[in-house]
Design a protein around this ligand. Structure first.
Ligand SMILES: NC(=O)c1ccc[n+]([C@@H]2O[C@H](COP(=O)([O-])OP(=O)(O)OC[C@H]3O[C@@H](n4cnc5c(N)ncnc54)[C@H](OP(=O)(O)O)[C@@H]3O)[C@@H](O)[C@H]2O)c1
Length: 287
């Protein structure tokens, strides 16, 4: 049995969708308060990492786990609690959704700390370290793209080798259903590194109208995030990540996705064509 945590989230939902098609025995973990929606044949469990008994119950008969933590200040303590429960179970392979970037910015640093904790737990692991998700432009920027023909940030002309969440999920499914991945860390990127001006140009071509990227001073962008209701910790972490992007430190392109999937990762231009409806007025969230 394979347990998919974070099943309501951007990545977990897509992993669940893809792994359900393999015929593997799968259980999906949703928080108690979250609406649970799983493909036919998938068991549902209620898990809150803050309530270790819920995870203990969900881990019954499970030998592999896909571990997802939320992108909040609470990620390290929540994942430590999850790892403690997993270490006391029969699980023999823990696949952790991590992040590219080492300890160079807040979000990836949190994941690096979690990786360290997993290493010290002795549970066999695989770390998946994706770069920024292509779907972020849909989930965070589509509203201003559809209404103002523009999107905002502080990345300057820094290039990022963003990856499609569907490719992250395809790698996760392979790693969860094949042998030979224990003890490995994979850095997952798209096929090329692009800056936001180049992405705006691609969007303009796909949508048939001019889209602009507007680079803002960090203080102005932070104020806009706070005004939109983003908690201050998250705003600061996002600005720190965009600082990494601006410095060109998230531009590496790796071959890990192609080596695992036997095909090239999705290009940004194909992604934009497939999600073009999301940038029209009334568009939907990415996945
Ligand atoms: N966005 C990027 O570009 C990017 C790049 C690299 C890595 N990552 C990492 O990828 C991970 C997942 O991202 P995502 O976009 O899929 O996040 P997400 O959509 O926010 O999903 C997080 C999941 O964790 C669940 N969760 C929250 N608190 C929990 C708790 N106490 N106990 C159990 N489950 C809990 C959430 O459940 P509810 O829905 O019920 O809240 C949700 O299913 C994050 O750790 C992020 O740092 C993101």
């Amino acid at each position: 049995m394979i347990l998919i945590t974070g099943a309501s989230g951007n990545v977990g939902r897509e992993v669940l969708k893809q792994i359900a098609q393999t015929g593997a025995h799968v259980r999906a973990a949703f928080q108690p308060s979250s609406k649970a929606a799983a493909p036919a044949g998938v068991e549902i469990a209620r898990v809150d990492y803050n309530q270790p008994d819920t995870l203990k119950f969900a881990l019954k008969d499970v030998d592999r786990v896909f571990l997802v933590g939320p992108p909040t200040a609470e990620l390290p303590p929540l994942e430590r609690k999850a790892v403690d429960a997993i270490a006391q179970s029969e699980v023999r392979h823990l696949v952790k959704l991590s992040a590219m970037g080492g300890r160079q910015a807040t979000f990836p640093r949190q994941h690096a700390e979690s990786e360290d904790y997993i290493l010290s737990s002795g549970v066999p692991y695989t770390f998946l370290r994706p770069n920024g998700f292509m779907q972020n432009i849909v989930n965070y920027n589509a509203p201003t793209i559809s209404t103002q023909n523009g999107f905002y940030g502080t990345e300057g002309d820094g290039r990022v080798s963003q990856i499609d969440i569907r490719d992250v999920a395809a790698v996760a499914v392979k790693v969860l259903t094949e042998d030979g991945h224990a003890g490995k860390a994979y850095t997952l990127t798209g096929p090329q590194a692009l800056n936001n001006t180049e992405i705006a140009q691609m969007l303009s071509e796909v949508l048939g109208r001019e889209i602009r990227f507007v680079n803002l001073p960090a203080a102005d962008f932070k104020q806009a995030l706070l005004s939109a209701g983003i908690p201050e910790w998250n705003a600061d972490a996002l600005l720190d990540l965009q600082r990494l992007y601006r410095e060109g430190k998230a531009a590496a392109v790796t071959r890990d996705v192609e080596e695992i999937l036997g095909r090239k990762p999705t290009s940004f231009s194909r992604f934009l064509q497939e999600y073009r409806e999301a940038f029209q007025a009334g568009g939907q969230a990415a996945i």
